[in-house]
Design a protein around this ligand. Sequence first.
Ligand code: AMP
Length: 302
Amino acid sequence: MSLLVVGSVAYDALESPYGKVERTLGGAATYFSVAASFFTPVNLVAVVGDDFHPQDEKIFSARSIDIEGLERAKGKCFFWAGRYSENLNERVTITTELNVFAAFKPRLPEKYRNSKYVFLANIAPDLQRDVLQQVKGRPKLAAMDTMNYWIERTNADLRETLKHVDILMINDSETRELSNEHNLLRAAKHIFKMGPSALVVKRGEYGALLIDKNGVFCIPAFPLEEPHDPTGAGDSFAGGFMGYIAGAESTSDAALRRAMVYGSVLGSFTVERFGLERLLKLKKSEIHARARHFAKLTQFKL
Ligand code: AMP
């Protein structure tokens, strides 16, 4: 079952204690699509400028990622620069240039309009809503991400978009900022009043939480000896999660739990190298082997 995503396709400048890249393909929808494409075909809605490199287009066309919805516009691609602290836990944004995204009006190709699984990756909340409104009927599952940039600048718009999604998938600091609540369980209760019926909290090296009507499900992050660059880990998590659900065509509690594991698996591969490097070399067999490893890591008897 194909999966629709809208979000940023960007060029990133990245700096971590392990190295530096001046300009590499990134963006939330890019990481999401590549991660999800291991499980299901993906339909991508985004915009790029005239500096978008043909070599980068091949990253999508070499996979089951449809780019009929990737608009070309005059101007430059979204550009983001970030730097990580010594322990990789803190990140500062140096630059965010919306460029072609500032005037983007998404128009869904006809064949995307029957999508049953929709992910609104990190981008302006009015664009996320615009895409969701063009989908015919109610999707089986609509999930979204956002970040402090949008929570602070476009809060009213974000709250409007939240009314229309089932799952909100954000990191712990964003959860606290959005809900004004430090405790994540209490934060979830606040967020449920805004619209979503489930919350996935991404907690970096501490793993992830799923909170919904069935209670709480926790998974650790895969222990890595040498993480290099956390950029895109959250989007890869979302891609693994939604890709698994769309591929399995199930939103049962058991499927959601497995999706959390596949999300964590994809996120863990992304941080092993800079930018998209590790995801682009990844094999399906490695994904399944790491998922089995996860099952062993978390198994115990009482
Ligand atoms: P993550 O590390 O999962 O938070 O995602 C990093 C990706 O998000 C980078 O590749 C950036 O290009 C993209 N990004 C950063 N800031 C924004 C923003 N304000 N809106 C949309 N995408 C962004």
